[in-house]
Each structure stands twice: as structure tokens, then as C-alpha cells.
Design a protein. Structure first.
Length: 224
């Protein structure tokens, strides 16, 4: 029994001592750390929330910037060109008559549709403008083609005013140049608009005898 008491008392004192020592320390130090932890948690939460919002905004801006940056320019091609009614009488050249029909298409390589305005095609003979034609406006859907059918009626008086014409007619070849220009606009996210002007110049050599195109080369330029 005394042994038990002896055993109990140290345990009791130890048990009594432990809570006091445990309680003494927490009361002295833990109330501030507990509130600090909450404050820190709130602070960390606030900081991480702000960081997330900033990252989200940055990602959205990057996506918009990349989308706008990735807008590809429309590509214009001269599919075919032919001359109708080439009717030049060498003995009396005043009856000259000629119509140039060009099949020009504009490809829209973008996922957004491109709206094109009126197109202008000018026809030149040796740097002298001999005819102009205007095409109607239209829309090229996503990755679709917009076709311009251009028919240029040559102003015979301008063609005939060129002193080189007779030389070229005798040689059997006419050097012609077409210049087609069209402006378009792509709408992205309803608010961002991407404007592009496309111009294509084609120079060709026309055989007078059979009205066929002997050679043709085109260059394209795009303005944003
Ligand atoms: C060219 O014009 C002359 C004079 O007007 C005419 O006699 C001749 O038949 C015409 N030639 C052609 C191929 O039209
Ligand atoms: C040009 O030729 C076509 C057909 O040959 C004719 O219908 C047209 O009236 C002519 N135009 C001129 C300006 O001579
Ligand atoms: C363009 O012209 C060609 C030849 O005349 C014709 O086959 C085609 O249908 C025309 N396209 C349009 C869109 O008018
Ligand atoms: C047209 O005529 C030129 C020469 O004048 C010739 O080289 C060419 O092969 C001819 N083309 C056709 C389709 O007959
Ligand atoms: C096309 O031709 C026109 C008229 O000659 C010229 O002003 C323009 O710079 C040319 N454009 C290109 C892309 O060659």
C-alpha cells in the first residue's frame, strides 16, 4: 500500500505538473500563434487568390494576343485570265475592242470569317491604264474562298494612244498587267477587328493570234 501511494503520488504530481506545465506554455505563447496562423492563412489565401486572378488575366490576355497574332493574311490567286473579243484591225486600228476576264480568288485561312469590300482591278498596257473594273463586296467564311469575277472592258482609245501598240501587234505579243486590290476585315471575339488590304499584280504576255496567255507571273502584297 505505501508502495502504491508512493507510486501514486509521483504520478499524481507528475500528472498535476504536466497539465500546469502544458497549460502554462500554451497560455503564454499559443494564443498569439493561433491568431497569427489564422491571419497568415487569410493572408496566404488573399495572396494566392490575387495571384490566381492575375495569372488568369495574363492567360486570357495571352490567348487574345496569340489569336490576334495568329490571324493569317488572306491569299489572293489568279486562277485564270482570258481575253475576249480581241478585235484589232491592223489596217484600221480604231476598231479595236478587247475584254479581259480574270478569275481571281481570295482565300481566307482563318477560323474567323473575313468580310471583303469592293474590289478594284485595273488593267495596264505598258504602264498605261487601259481599263478598270469593280467587283462586288462579299464574305469569305472560315477557311473559305471568296471569288472575284473580274471583267475589264478595255478603253480602246487609251490602248490605241500608245505608240508601242503597233510594234507589239506586229510582233504578235501584248504585255498586259493586272492590279487587283481588295480590303477585308476579320472579326474575332466580336470586338477585335483585324484589317487587311490585299493587292496582287500579275504581268502576262498575250499572244495576239489566238488570244492565249503565253506567260504570267504574279506578286502579292498585304497591308495590315
Ligand atoms: C480592217 O479594216 C479595213 C478597213 O476598215 C477593212 O477593209 C478590213 O476588212 C478589216 N479587216 C478585218 C479583219 O476586220
Ligand atoms: C466589242 O465587241 C463586242 C462583240 O464583238 C461588241 O458587242 C461590242 O459592242 C464592242 N464594243 C466596242 C466598244 O466596240
Ligand atoms: C466566274 O466566271 C467563271 C467563268 O466565266 C464562271 O464559271 C464562274 O461561275 C463565275 N463565278 C462567279 C462567282 O461568278
Ligand atoms: C498561241 O500562239 C502562240 C504563238 O503566237 C503559240 O506559241 C501558242 O502555243 C498558241 N497557243 C495555243 C493554245 O494555240
Ligand atoms: C502593283 O502595280 C501598281 C501600279 O503599277 C503599283 O502602284 C503597286 O505598287 C504594285 N504592287 C505590287 C505589290 O507590285
Amino acid at each position: 500500500m505505501p508502495a502504491d501511494r508512493e507510486h501514486i503520488t509521483p504520478l499524481a504530481t507528475a500528472a498535476a505538473d504536466r497539465p500546469t506545465s502544458d497549460e502554462g506554455d500554451p497560455y503564454a505563447t499559443s494564443p498569439t500563434p493561433l491568431s497569427c496562423r489564422r491571419r497568415r492563412r487569410r493572408l496566404i489565401c488573399c495572396v494566392s487568390c490575387t495571384a490566381l486572378v492575375v495569372v488568369a488575366i495574363a492567360v486570357v490576355l495571352a490567348i487574345i494576343a496569340l489569336t490576334v497574332y495568329k490571324v493569317k493574311d488572306p491569299v489572293m490567286t489568279m486562277n485564270s485570265v482570258y481575253v475576249k473579243n480581241l478585235n484589232i484591225n491592223l489596217t484600221s486600228p480604231h476598231a479595236a475592242n478587247m475584254t479581259v476576264v480574270a478569275d481571281v480568288s481570295v482565300k481566307n485561312p482563318n477560323a474567323a470569317s473575313f468580310r471583303f469590300g469592293e474590289s478594284t482591278t485595273a488593267l495596264y498596257y505598258r504602264a498605261r491604264e487601259i481599263g478598270v473594273a469593280y467587283g462586288p463586296p462579299g464574305t469569305a467564311g472560315a477557311r473559305k474562298m471568296f471569288r472575284l469575277n473580274v471583267t475589264v472592258d478595255v478603253m480602246a482609245d487609251r490602248l490605241l494612244a500608245d505608240p508601242d501598240l503597233l510594234v507589239d501587234l506586229v510582233g504578235g505579243k501584248l504585255d498586259l498587267t493586272t492590279s487587283t486590290k481588295v480590303g477585308g476585315r476579320a472579326k474575332i471575339f466580336l470586338i477585335i477587328k483585324h484589317h487587311a488590304d490585299v493587292m496582287m499584280n500579275c504581268s502576262m504576255t498575250l499572244a495576239v493570234s489566238n488570244q492565249s496567255i503565253l506567260a504570267q507571273s504574279c506578286t502579292q502584297r498585304v497591308w495590315l
